[in-house]
Design a protein around this ligand. Structure first.
Ligand SMILES: Cc1cc2nc3c(=O)[nH]c(=O)nc-3n(C[C@H](O)[C@H](O)[C@H](O)COP(=O)(O)OP(=O)(O)OC[C@H]3O[C@@H](n4cnc5c(N)ncnc54)[C@H](O)[C@@H]3O)c2cc1C
Ligand code: SF4
Ligand code: SF4
Length: 417
């Protein structure tokens, strides 16, 4: 088949954007992958294991990174965002603003700068469950594998201790933001999702007690490269968890918050039940739910998880969560719809299954039209939206959407007839 080759821009370096960029490049096209953070991988890189197979997400990501490394058609721009898109299919101009990294390509990853740096900041990778220095490696499997300086916390040249510590002349505190113009036949947008802000769920009192965490934090607690090296310890006193509650639909399917189903959080909590049971097989776990929604072939996963001993499902929306001031235990209150009884139970720790919100919700963007929730519905002709910025989905659905968009994008080469 004779397919015309072109140039493309993919915005968002999570699993959706990576999948799209790799497929485009392997057809022989040029592609620039634009990522706003310092490393590729998006939310998936922060997961401990993937459902349904329960394998580490880096198995899949590493294969994609290898395909990127071996393909000269792909250019990566991290710390970058799109400022403007003009033109028509076959002839777009994309203006990209790249923030300074302050660490150049000479960085060998020796870590000497980190030992010298006096400034600490909360780690975004660990959802503030740990700290990094102002100069840091995004995480141990970061791609690109290069350190970065957080200019919101680093005082700059008045400190400069990292420069003295670096033997490779890799730190340049004078680096400036740059603006670059790229040509593109089509643009694929894959800007993903963010966890719903649990502090908006005022009846659940998130933020007012240490042992009430969110599902994304639970991924970090369970991860071998996380703040507790994979031990599920409750934040207040590092005690091994024995009684854990999962609170489903924390924000989702609620007219006052996210009126839609976030699609993945039931399966994600079932996966996290397996983290708890793997860590402490005597642990008692309760899942509070309205409906358990496991999509497609994940029904088998539900059946498998239900076989764990010490696992209870309570059908009822959680009305209140409070803290015992002496023990720091959490009390979860709900009405058990099946028995009609009020249910009040004490746990070491509770996990809110916070929903998926589009990452650009509430922000002005040139990347397309958003619906009232912030999801991209449609864009200009030649701009395609995939992954969780389009609809809440699991990884397998994201990759399928990416492949479809690649075919659509390649039809834009040379302009519409
Ligand atoms: C608790 C939890 C556990 C989960 N576990 C699983 C699981 O086990 N298996 C599974 O299949 N799915 C799981 N999921 C779903 C999975 O996280 C998503 O399917 C996946 O992250 C979607 O990838 P994405 O690339 O669309 O979005 P993201 O992962 O959000 O990636 C988007 C990327 O775009 C970047 N970006 C954002 N805005 C901009 C911008 N303006 N410019 C440039 N770049 C930008 C972001 O920094 C990010 O790198 C889970 C979800 C939750 C909530
Ligand atoms: S910036 Fe310099 S000191 Fe820091 S990790 Fe890189 S090479 Fe080492
Ligand atoms: S200049 Fe900034 S990054 Fe370097 S050591 Fe000082 S605070 Fe840390």
């Amino acid at each position: 088949m004779n397919i015309k080759k072109g140039e493309f821009v993919v915005v968002g370096g999570g699993i959706s954007g990576i999948a799209a960029a790799v497929e485009i490049a392997e057809f022989g096209n040029k592609v620039t992958l634009i990522e706003k953070e310092a490393s590729l991988g998006g939310r998936v890189s922060k997961m401990s294991l993937y459902f349904p197979k329960l394998c580490p997400p880096y198995c899949g990501l590493e294969i994609y990174f290898k395909r990127i490394r071996s393909n000269p058609n792909i250019q990566i721009m991290t710390l970058s965002e799109v400022a403007n898109i003009s033109g028509t299919p076959g002839n777009f101009t994309v203006t990209v603003r790249q923030s300074p990294r302050y660490v150049n390509a000479k960085c060998t990853g020796c870590n000497d700068c980190v030992s010298a740096c006096p400034v600490e900041r909360p780690s975004d990778f660990d959802y503030s469950l740990s700290k990094t220095k102002a100069v840091y490696l995004p995480h141990e499997l970061s791609f690109p594998y290069r350190y970065v300086i957080d200019d919101k916390t680093c005082p700059g040249a008045e400190c400069g201790k990292c420069i003295l510590a670096c033997k490779y002349d890799a730190i340049d505190l004078g680096m400036k933001a740059e603006s670059v113009e790229l040509k593109a036949d089509a643009v694929i947008v894959a800007t993903g999702w963010k966890p719903y802000d649990a502090q908006k769920l005022t009846n659940l009192n998130y933020g007012k007690m240490s042992n009430l965490i969110t599902n994304v934090m639970m991924e970090r607690l369970a991860a071998p490269n996380g703040p507790t090296k994979g031990e599920i310890l409750r934040p207040s006193d590092n005690k091994k968890v024995e009684r854990v509650a999962f609170v489903q639909c924390a924000g989702s399917r609620d007219e006052n918050h996210l009126p839609y189903c976030s699609a993945v959080c039931c399966t994600a909590s079932l996966k996290q039940v397996s983290y708890v049971k793997e860590f402490n097989k005597e642990a008692q776990v309760s899942v509070f739910y309205i409906d358990l929604r496991v999509m497609g072939r994940n029904e088998d996963f539900l059946t498998k998880i239900k076989q764990h001993d010490g696992l209870k499902f309570v059908k009822g929306k959680v009305a209140r969560i409070t803290e015992d001031p002496d023990t720091k235990d959490v009390w979860v209150e709900a009405e058990d719809i099946l028995s009609g009884a009020k249910h009040r139970e004490r746990f070491d720790m509770a996990v809110l299954a916070t929903g998926i919100e589009p990452s650009l919700s509430g922000e002005k963007t040139c990347l397309g039209e958003q619906d009232k929730y912030g999801f991209f519905g449609s864009g200009k002709d030649g701009i395609f939206h995939i992954g969780c910025c389009h609809t809440p989905s699991d990884v397998s659905a994201c990759v399928k959407l990416a492949n479809g968009a690649v075919l659509k994008a390649m039809q834009c080469v040379g302009g519409r007839a």
